[in-house]
Design a binder for this molecule. Structure first.
Ligand SMILES: Nc1nc2c(ncn2[C@@H]2O[C@H](COP(=O)(O)OP(=O)(O)OP(=O)(O)O)[C@@H](O)[C@H]2O)c(=O)[nH]1
Ligand SMILES: [Mg+2]
Length: 212
């Protein structure tokens, strides 16, 4: 399908690292529009950001789960940002870090007024789990759009990938336009255009947010 936005990549190519926040009070000013990437450790959040902005290493990726330990903000200009949240749910993360992350992620989600949509990354080879359902359930009453990237789709055959997508969709709340899912691979770039369109629709370039 043709993208509704002309040259979507051009909005992302200007991305630059803005800041990393280890505490709620060190986040950049809460103005404008943000799309945040949330998901289990190692599910491909940082890699998805890189694929979407069309750069190899803007966000740091790692084979070691739990590598992104702070909230990283990437500036797209015009008060638009992408946000890489620390991964959750990795068993071997030391307790001390876990105790620090949870309030950081929850505080971000609860308080950030410029947050306008969540990209939830999940390995397409795994079934939806309780933590993912918790995030989706958190979004629904708040009317916060959540778009699920079923990552690493290059690891599955075409048929198996579609089966995984349908299984995920069946597990989602029916008839809620704010919840959507797609297959995605930062390796072979499957689904990158679709993800860009989704994020751009949230970021509302060219529009001013009503003052609060
Ligand atoms: N084959 C394949 N590997 C991927 C893909 N996306 C990510 N990976 C790999 O999965 C590992 C984790 O990717 P990251 O993007 O660092 O994951 P993350 O969710 O940011 O991880 P944390 O920062 O630890 O929470 C890395 O080794 C990536 O190369 C993909 O689409 N295909
Ligand atoms: Mg990461």
């Amino acid at each position: 399908m043709q993208s509704p936005i002309k040259n979507p990549l051009s909005y992302f190519q200007r991305a630059s690292f803005l800041t990393g926040a280890q505490h709620i009070d060190s986040m950049p000013p809460d103005h404008g529009f943000e799309a945040a990437f949330v998901g289990r450790s190692n599910s491909g959040k940082s890699s998805s950001i890189n694929a979407i902005v069309g750069r190899r290493a803007l966000a740091r990726t790692s084979k070691t789960p739990g590598r992104t330990q702070q909230i990283n903000f990437f500036d797209l200009g015009e008060e638009r940002r992408l946000v890489d949240l620390p991964g959750y749910g990795y068993a071997e993360v030391p307790d001390r870090l876990r105790r620090e992350w949870r309030p950081l992620i929850e505080g971000y989600l609860e308080e950030r007024r410029s947050l306008c949509g969540l990209i939830l990354t999940a390995d397409c080879r795994r079934a939806v789990d309780d933590l993912e359902l918790m995030i989706i359930d958190w979004c629904r009453p708040r009317r916060m759009p959540v778009h699920i990237l079923l990552t690493k789709s290059d690891k599955l055959s075409r048929g198996a990938g579609h089966k995984a997508l349908h299984a995920w969709r069946r597990g989602l709340p029916p008839g809620d336009a704010n919840v959507s899912a797609q297959l995605f691979s930062s390796l072979d770039k499957q689904g990158v255009d679709e993800a860009r369109d989704k994020v751009l629709a949230w970021l509302n370039f060219g529009q001013k947010k009503a003052p609060v």
